[in-house]
Design a protein around this ligand. Structure first.
Ligand SMILES: C[S@@+](CC[C@H](N)C(=O)[O-])C[C@H]1O[C@@H](n2cnc3c(N)ncnc32)[C@H](O)[C@@H]1O
Length: 313
């Protein structure tokens, strides 16, 4: 049976342990691991949850029956979180990416280990599938996906192979794409001493990020989340690769009145601080957690606390 193990759960719960009766927003419900722990820790707490995947939303609705009047669910993309009627939260969490439910369900087309139509949509009601994306994208869009979002060093070979395969009938199946990428970059995977990471890993990641516009959605949703925080409320983001983490780090630095990055030369007097960093460096899972849950190995948690203000910001 598919199960999703919540990542950095103890750390999230400890950071959110402000006082009794808090109202939290879980912007990425998934399997509800973080939500359940928050509801269990304090019987007077409430959680509002979002997920753009209708299957995750159904799981949330099921869970809400166990916690009468304490769990409210929306089948909504987090880039529209400003639209929910709840005005303020004491804690907001984003646990980015996809869940084990999505990765391990072959038909969702996220995994190169499982033969299935190449889909990869987090919200299956939206946009084109990954197969269609590979068929209709320009060379520049493919480069952005593979080189910029996948951080694949051999992006030229992969993009050329995709464009060539288009001429012979589109790539429609996960395993076909994985095989094509393996052939194109030939890392010696499975032949002993070279990389044991599947050669299609980065390309799959890049296509998924491009298709679901994951970085843009994160960028626009962070200020919306910050607005919805109560004074002294805490925003936690768990990311799984450096591109997401960079967006979070820069936004958090800006809100804390710090330079966003090394090249940021804005004079100090022009910066305003509305929050305090609770993590100057991201928290990483312990070795024990990484051993128990391989998907946690790249997780990074950053947290920010909105400063006290007598009139809400
Ligand atoms: C890593 S899982 C969250 C797991 C969850 N914290 C748990 O403990 O079970 C990420 C979830 O976020 C959802 N998601 C990803 N991008 C989203 C977006 N832009 N808007 C809303 N939900 C999103 C996915 O559908 C997935 O269910």
């Amino acid at each position: 049976m598919v199960q999703h193990l919540p990542v950095l759960l103890r750390e999230v719960i400890e950071m959110f342990s402000l006082y009794e009766g808090c109202h939290y927003l879980d912007a990425t419900f998934g399997g509800g691991g973080h939500t359940r722990a928050l509801l269990e820790r304090d019987p007077s707490s409430k959680v509002t949850v979002l997920d753009c995947d209708p299957e995750a939303y159904s799981r949330a609705v099921e869970m809400s029956k166990e916690y009468e009047n304490r769990l409210t669910c929306y089948n909504l993309n987090f880039d529209r979180l400003e639209e929910i009627p709840e005005q303020k939260f004491d804690g907001i969490i984003f646990d980015l990416g996809v869940s084990s439910y999505q990765l391990d369900t072959a038909a969702r087309g996220f995994s190169f280990h499982r033969k299935a139509p190449l889909d990869m949509r987090i919200d299956p009601r939206k946009s084109v599938t990954a197969a269609e994306f590979l068929k209709i994208s320009t060379r520049e869009e493919l480069i952005e996906a593979v080189r910029d979002f996948g951080e694949e060093k051999q992006w030229r070979k992969v993009v050329d192979a995709i464009l060539k395969a288009r001429g012979n009938g589109a790539i429609k199946v996960t395993t076909e794409l994985a095989e094509m990428v393996s052939k194109a970059i030939n890392t010696g995977f499975g032949r002993g001493r070279k990389s044991q990471i599947h050669p299609a890993t980065k390309t799959f990641q890049g296509i998924r990020i491009a298709l679901n516009k994951e970085l843009n959605k994160l960028k626009v949703s962070l200020p919306q989340a910050f607005k919805k925080l109560n004074s002294r409320g805490i925003l936690i983001v768990i990311s799984f690769h450096s591109l997401e983490d960079r967006i979070v780090k820069r936004y958090f630095n800006r809100m804390a009145g710090r330079p966003e990055h090394r090249g940021d030369s804005l004079p100090k007097q022009l910066r305003t601080s509305q929050a305090t960093l609770l993590t100057t460096r991201p928290l990483r899972p312990s070795q024990k957690e990484k051993n128990n849950n391989i998907r946690s190995r790249s997780a990074r948690l950053r947290a920010l606390q909105k400063d006290y203000s007598p009139t809400p910001i």
